[in-house]
Write a protein that binds this ligand. Structure first.
Ligand SMILES: NC(=O)c1ccc[n+]([C@@H]2O[C@H](COP(=O)([O-])OP(=O)(O)OC[C@H]3O[C@@H](n4cnc5c(N)ncnc54)[C@H](O)[C@@H]3O)[C@@H](O)[C@H]2O)c1
Length: 452
């Protein structure tokens, strides 16, 4: 049953093993697997993971009651996770982690045994959608529906072979070329006809999404590929009563954008231009060097400012913003991306000012904890019988999907409030609106409504 307003969902316990399946076993996925294995062994702390380190305030401020996220809602523990994945390269996760050059050699060697066990299943891949790479570990099928059926069989076999009770899928594979919805994406019926008829507009990521949903496996999209946005796949998520969320992990430059831009807007400061550029040398950077794949990234990266700095609502402040995003493939940097932002702002009486941000980040180090949180929260959503778009997980995405006709919320703090209130809702705790009216002489914390 889908929870209605004020109806607390009943949540099945997190019993048994959870399969976390990642299409793509590259830099992000292997940093995620290795990180979880290292944390399980007490070799490192889960820094950057809200499910592992976050706290939620419960009740009124005066109660001073904070609980760890994982004690508020019943999440699967790290020990219950079994990793699986697909990749076009046949190397196991130990070899792929070495190849990715994100983690130190000593750490990878210390985790050789668990990582070597994670072997990629043959991928559904089409060079029309990712032009800069090619590999041998690829499925063959007469139609795209055949390929979807093979993925469905992979999911079922993986769960059986590993004794898993549930599974979630988080897309960690390459960014595909930008493919806006076509007529066949408008309904499930036309999409399934398209799968059977090998429609060229159906991408591999859409086939994975379809297969996951058909198996009632919650699906999160970590790339800007257009999959969970498609009306046909949203319809399927509803029909199969399965959660979906996306798109594109919010990790570095865009994370900071969704902190800084709402701050400027909240103080009614104008923005004349925002120039963002990046250098990146990993395989993701190589794929994004193709204009088609870059277009997908550009769309998800630029939408953020359009929504936060609404020219329609604030024409005097944001009507003429020049927002430019560039990513340049620069091999010497590997996974250690460098991003520069130049922000031209203006204040009182229109006087101009500038902000410069130089973020020397590590792409996969920022993305790995997001994969973990999404896997655990999507499993929770599945056990709570949530279906369709999970807007409360917008916190993790550059381009959060929302119901048709709504504008996504990009402000990181507002996204967190929504996430926290959803966790309170799950457990029947009072929702918090931060009203905190004390100046009417209300004795906060003892009077009803002093702070809901
Ligand atoms: N790292 C970040 O900060 C970050 C942020 C947002 C989004 N992302 C997205 O996450 C994804 C993964 O990034 P990465 O750095 O790990 O890239 P990567 O190139 O290291 O890994 C991607 C892997 O996917 C494989 N692959 C490609 N197409 C496939 C398919 N159809 N099926 C199965 N495997 C396939 C590739 O062979 C490769 O091993 C990319 O789409 C990237 O844009 C990353």
């Amino acid at each position: 049953m889908t929870p209605t307003k004020n109806t607390r969902p009943s949540i099945a316990p997190a019993k048994g093993k959870l399969a976390v399946l990642t299409p793509g076993m590259g830099a992000v996925a292997t940093t995620f697997y290795a990180g979880v294995e290292a944390i399980k062994r007490g070799m490192a702390k889960p820094i950057g993971s809200y499910t592992q380190m976050g706290q939620v305030r419960l009740g009124k401020r005066t109660e001073n009651r904070f609980k760890a996220v994982k004690d508020v809602v019943p999440l699967a523990s790290l020990d219950q996770i079994v990793f699986g994945g697909w990749d076009i390269f046949a190397e196991n996760a130990y070899e792929a982690a070495k190849h990715a050059q994100v983690l130190e050699k000593d750490l990878i060697e210390a985790l050789k045994v668990p990582l070597s066990k994670i072997k990629p299943m043959p991928a559904v891949f089409d060079r029309e959608f990712v032009k800069r790479i090619d590999g041998p570990n690829v499925k063959k099928g007469r139609t795209k529906m055949d390929l979807a059926d093979q993925l469905r069989a992979d999911i079922r076999n993986f769960m059986k072979d590993n004794g898993c009770d549930r599974a979630v899928m988080v897309w960690c594979a390459s960014t595909e070329v930008y493919t806006p919805p076509t007529a066949i994406h408008q309904s499930l019926k036309t999409f399934e006809e398209g799968l059977r008829g090998n429609d060229p507009a159906i991408s591999p990521s859409q086939i994975y999404t379809y297969a996951a949903l058909m198996e009632r496996v919650p699906y999160a999209n970590g790339s800007p590929n257009v999959s969970v946005e498609m009306p046909c796949l949203q319809e399927l998520a509803q029909e199969m009563a399965t959660p979906i969320c996306g798109s594109d992990f919010k990790t570095g430059q865009t994370l900071l954008k969704t902190v800084i831009a709402p701050g400027l807007r909240n103080r009614q400061l104008g923005v004349a231009g925002w120039y963002s550029t990046n250098i990146l040398g990993n395989r993701d950077g190589e794929v994004l060097d193709d204009p088609g794949s870059f277009k997908s990234k550009e769309v998800s990266k630029t939408g953020v400012l359009t929504d936060i700095l609404s020219a329609e609502r604030y024409p005097d402040l944001y009507k003429e913003i020049h927002h430019i995003v560039r990513i340049n493939y620069y091999p010497p940097r590997g996974d250690n991306k460098e991003g520069w932002d130049n922000i031209d702002i203006f204040g009182w009486l229109g006087y101009p000012m500038q902000i410069k941000v130089n973020f020397l980040c590590r792409d996969s180090i920022l993305a790995a904890p997001i994969v973990l949180d999404l896997a655990l929260f999507m499993d929770l959503a599945g056990r709570a019988n949530m279906r369709g778009i999970q807007e409360w997980l917008s916190f993790y995405f550059k381009a959060p999907i929302v119901k048709r006709g709504l504008t996504p919320e990009h402000d990181l703090s507002v996204q967190l409030l929504k996430l926290e209130n959803t966790l309170r809702f799950f457990t029947g705790e009072e929702l918090i609106n931060h009203l905190g009216l004390t100046y009417y002489g209300v004795d906060e914390g003892t009077d009803e409504g002093a702070e809901a």
